[in-house]
Design a protein around this ligand. Sequence first.
Ligand SMILES: [Fe+2]
Length: 374
Amino acid sequence: MPLATKIPIDLSGGLQSVSSHNQWMEHWKLPIHTGYYIEDLRTMNLGWWEERKCQAAFLQLSGQEGVCESRVVEIAPGESLPPVKFGLDEIVYVLQGQGVTTVGASAGSGKTFEWQVRSMFLIPANTTHTISNVSGTTPARLLTYNFLPMAMAAIPDPDFFFNNPILDPNAAVLGDDRFSQAKAVPGARGRSSWVGNFFPDMAAWDRLDPLRERGAGGRSVSVEFPNSPHHCHMSVFPSRTYKRAHRHGPGFVIVIPGGEGFSVMWQEGQEDNKVYVPWHEASCFVPPNKWFHQHFNVGANHGRYLAFHPPIAFSGFERVDRASDEIPYTEEDPAIRARFAEELGKRGLTPAMPDEAYKNPNYEWVYKEEGGAN
Ligand SMILES: [Fe+2]
């Protein structure tokens, strides 16, 4: 088993030190992609990662802010990656390809499951996993999400987190139903959650509940992983609509399973410096800490985004007045509505936003279960 051995972490710079996680990333000499977004993770530039025997690159987008690590790895056709034991839970989302993963207490043991494009799974901490591409012709690309930057800020020792023989894999709960298909279960406030370790196709899931407070007739589902600090949510909203602007803390990495649109992100007081993020399947972006962001669907079909969440302490709703973290349609800059119409016009489409939504602060979309269209 390969070991991430003795990567030197220099803490001598005091407050001027590069973070331990950054030093760990830089050690591998892989591309580290910065900026606000990656339009297509399937074509993003990668480099050879000798230890893991794959092409890979790290994401360090504005908004990750030392909270979470994301990287893209590419497995060549017919290849298996060396087994890795990692000391933290890690979410894996499949950008492209198909394969199998074995997860257990040691290399080659445990549970094996198959995945395909747009599958998602969670590898529990301290287990050993092996990932293989079963296609003989097509590379497989995966996006990962974990909390390693925070963990390494507290324990700046890579050998603690990789292939540490002392950490007990059996401490990770590996029940018999792990990696069977996730299930919908009733959740709080009448909303259902989607619970499990393996989600076969994020684009196909259609059991989403109305998310009235964000507008646009959108729906959402909360994704929960048993015994894990991780959670996600996925939102779906109709063609030719857009959601209310809102803001929260850092570390929410968003990837698109399907649809076509754009998102706009800006800092309060910097309304003239908005960042426009075009998106389609396999686009990725991370709203920076407390920046407003707003999602627009300019495609002919529903838009769908999947957000990996930071720990709950980073959700950024610390203010008592949460209303200031959301902008109602009735109070937004009219230029937003105009830009949306302009973008749709380029595609021969017109907005499906009701005029009433801009006049009545209590306007609500009517959902199918109430006899409506959404
Ligand atoms: Fe958000």
